[in-house]
Ligand binder design. Structure first.
Ligand code: ZN
Length: 199
């Protein structure tokens, strides 16, 4: 039986770099892999580009309403050995359920890389279902640090340079000039963001 695995970290945690590296290693070993990304992540279009400059084309850019176990994708899925998904927090619950079915019924390894929580410290839809269904949930041992030097766990949003607790769940940095993200540890998130909204 194959596994569905969820690897998570805060933002800037080198997830794309690790995914690209893993894809490369599988290719070297003669495995067929399929790299997917939800289209909701509009950054870099059909590519995964990591902060260290490595790049890989995405095989499937999955629309929000698209189904995986469908005429469009089923052949591609059946001929692959391993499925790698970046920005997996943006998957719908249904799409996560399909990935789980694919690992169990079609005997494919599925590895999802993504964020655990949004800028409000709440689970994303995709991350929630992944937490519920994955055979294994692993926090990536990453290099993303808080401003204070502790390991970052939260993704704080800055709007025009100020920490904010307002706004839509998805606002891609770079696409919107005023929006940036800062990984923070629990204590700094509490002091800089959480106290603001719980006043
Ligand atoms: Zn901190």
């Amino acid at each position: 039986m194959k596994n569905l695995i969820f690897y998570y970290s805060a933002m800037k945690g080198a997830k794309s770099m690790l995914l690209i590296q893993r894809a490369y290693n599988y290719n070297e070993n003669g495995k067929k892999i399929l790299v997917m990304k939800p289209a909701k992540d509009t950054k870099d279009d059909h590519y995964l580009i990591s902060r260290n400059g490595s790049k890989r084309e995405v095989d499937v850019l999955l629309g929000e309403k698209e189904r995986l176990i469908s005429e469009q994708y089923i052949d591609k899925l059946l001929e692959t050995d391993v499925i790698l998904v970046d920005e997996a927090q943006f998957l719908s619950s249904l799409q996560v359920e399909e990935l789980w079915k694919i690992s169990k019924a079609y005997d494919k390894d599925v590895m999802c890389y993504g964020l655990r929580t949004n800028f409000k410290g709440e689970l994303f839809e995709g991350s929630k279902r992944l937490m519920e269904l994955s055979d294994s949930i692993r926090e990536l041992d990453t290099i993303n640090l808080c401003l204070c030097g502790n390991q970052a766990q939260f993704n704080a949003r800055l709007e025009n340079g100020n920490f904010t607790y307002e706004g839509e769940e998805v606002a891609i940095d770079g696409a919107n000039q005023q929006i940036e993200y800062q990984p923070l540890c629990g204590r700094c998130y509490l002091q800089k963001v959480f106290v603001k909204m719980r006043r």
